[in-house]
Design a protein around this ligand. Structure first.
Ligand SMILES: [Fe+2]
Length: 135
């Protein structure tokens, strides 16, 4: 299983797409490490990266929303907050995730699923809104 960014996930906004590509590449590395039985070593640094990078990324998106009077901003910002909570829960429960297979399932459920859904629906909608304003 590989996690990678594809053109279908494009928002059409270079900054956002570039950050998404980086995120997907990092998560792919984590999933790869879990599958190779090295998820435990990779998870700590990965989570640290995610937390910092996500904050930067969410802030960039939220700035674009505020500057463009994006009508779904409130909902979108709430989704970002939910992801932060998910990450917190994931971190807290990390110690209980016994095997590498359990860890992989948890990564998929907590991080990968959210990211695909969010990028596919909310971020692409934001991208369409921003592109319409640039015309
Ligand atoms: Fe977003």
């Amino acid at each position: 299983m590989n996690i990678y960014w594809t053109a279908e996930l494009a928002t059409g906004m270079e900054l956002i797409d570039q950050q998404h590509r980086e995120l997907f590449a990092r998560i792919d590395r984590l999933v790869g490490a879990c599958m190779a039985g090295k998820g435990r070593e990779e998870t700590g640094p990965m989570l640290e990266f995610m937390e910092n990078y996500m904050e930067e990324h969410f802030a960039a998106e939220e700035r674009l929303m505020a500057d463009s009077d994006y009508p779904r901003a409130e909902f979108h910002v709430q989704e970002h907050a939910l992801f932060r909570e998910r990450l917190e829960v994931f971190k807290r429960e990390l110690a209980d995730k016994g095997s590498e297979a359990d860890l992989l399932t948890a990564v998929n459920q907590s991080i990968v699923d959210w990211l695909f859904d969010h990028v596919c629906i909310e971020d692409r909608d934001l991208g369409a809104h921003l592109r319409a304003q640039q015309r």
